[in-house]
Design a protein around this ligand. Structure first.
Ligand SMILES: Nc1ncnc2c1ncn2[C@@H]1O[C@H](COP(=O)(O)OP(=O)(O)OP(=O)(O)O)[C@@H](O)[C@H]1O
Length: 354
């Protein structure tokens, strides 16, 4: 048994048997997006900082200054020896912080698009962590909050900060997507929750340009209604684990590590964060009226009974659009590009404080 696992079991046993909690004394660096949750982080920072300082032995923090900054801050903090990095904000901020746990991949060395238009990984291999022992903490305060639903972090700040000062660490899978960005170049990004292609990508583009002050559900329903008017299902070809090939018109291809997206839609019920596989939900050639009647079923996780929706499992998924269609991507609530794409599951390579 590995030394780290032994330590972990020992810590759990101590806290479970005696109700005694032993602090791991992680030095904590907090990365906060002041604009997340329609400005809620900025408004509530004073209280959060007081609670953090009261519970954690050594902390420092930085505010993000724009898109992508959280990734750079996380990398810098890990290189400077901070052991616990806490993301304060929504799913977008969390995604950027997760990306900062790993060295920036060399895209040319890793990906190519083959002659048939498939995104291909030139070699296998896991992401390079900057510090394999470092731990990610989450202090959710975004609009959508989909990752927090999957991990059950639905309490207030005090409860969440209590988790950050405890010693429960869960090793979770992360997804990697190689895709084509808006300028036509190959790009890659890690995700912890869900990366999908199709209707959700179109909704995301609209949602992220709109004001989210009304909260998760109204914001996403409004964006869905607007995307709905223009969206056409895509002709797509898929390969699951390099063997199964599926072709057809689809509304959405959802590759899920977590269970929720779109501000609380329970799109992949039962998806596990640490099983080494994605749950792949294929939303077939749904007509506009079918989507309209399905939206509320998706919030309840009842959509899988629909005959045009299929569920599979795979640790590697490739998708390309055919017949000239463009399928937008949604990666943890951000919309950075389009198909062709390749999703790869990296088993248990992120340590999450819970
Ligand atoms: N200082 C900043 N000013 C403006 N935007 C920022 C800043 N820092 C980060 N961002 C961007 O804000 C975007 C939204 O952040 P985030 O997703 O965390 O909040 P949210 O949209 O309210 O929550 P959710 O994704 O859960 O709905 C991200 O794309 C991030 O890159």
């Amino acid at each position: 048994m590995k030394w780290r696992s032994m330590c972990w079991i020992w810590c759990v046993e101590l806290s479970n048997c005696n109700g005694w909690t032993m602090s791991l004394n992680f030095r904590t660096f907090v990365i906060a997006n002041p604009k997340a949750g329609a400005g809620a982080v900025e408004e509530e920072w004073g209280l959060m900082e007081r609670l953090l300082r009261a519970r954690l032995p050594e902390i420092d923090y930085a505010f993000t200054e724009g898109p992508g900054h959280a990734t750079l801050l996380a990398r810098e903090a890990l290189r400077a020896g901070w052991q616990q990095i806490v993301a304060v904000g929504g799913d977008g901020t969390l995604n950027e912080v997760v990306n900062g746990f790993f060295d920036k991949p060399d895209i040319d060395d890793l990906y190519t698009i083959d002659d048939d238009g498939w995104m291909t990984r030139k070699r296998d291999g896991a992401p390079e962590p900057i510090n394999p022992e470092a731990v990610l903490g989450v202090l959710p305060l975004g609009t959508g909050g989909d990752f927090r639903r999957t991990v059950g972090l639905m309490g207030g700040h005090s409860e969440t900060i209590e988790h950050l000062s405890g010693q429960h660490v869960r090793e979770i899978d992360i997804g990697e997507v190689g895709f084509v960005d808006d300028s036509g170049e190959i790009a890659t990004r890690y995700f912890v929750n869900i990366a999908s292609a199709g209707f959700s990508g179109a909704v995301d583009r609209i949602a992220n340009k709109s004001w989210k002050g009304l909260g998760a559900k109204p914001s996403f329903l409004w964006a869905t209604a607007r995307a709905f008017a223009r969206y056409k299902n895509i002709d797509v070809e898929l390969r699951l684990d390099d063997t199964v090939e599926i072709e057809g018109k689809m509304n959405n291809v959802v590759v899920a590590n977590g269970e929720f997206f779109g501000g609380g839609m329970w799109i992949a019920p039962g998806a596990e964060l640490d099983d080494g596989q994605f749950q792949v939900v294929l939303m077939g050639d749904l007509k506009r009226r079918e989507i309209a009647s399905l939206v509320f079923d998706i919030y309840q996780g009842r959509h899988l009974q629909n005959k045009k929706i299929f569920r599979r499992r795979a640790s590697r998924v490739a998708a390309r659009s055919i017949n000239g269609g463009v399928a937008m991507l949604d990666i943890d609530g951000e919309a950075p590009g389009k198909l062709p794409a390749l999703w790869t599951n990296h088993h248990c390579c992120l340590r999450l404080k819970l």
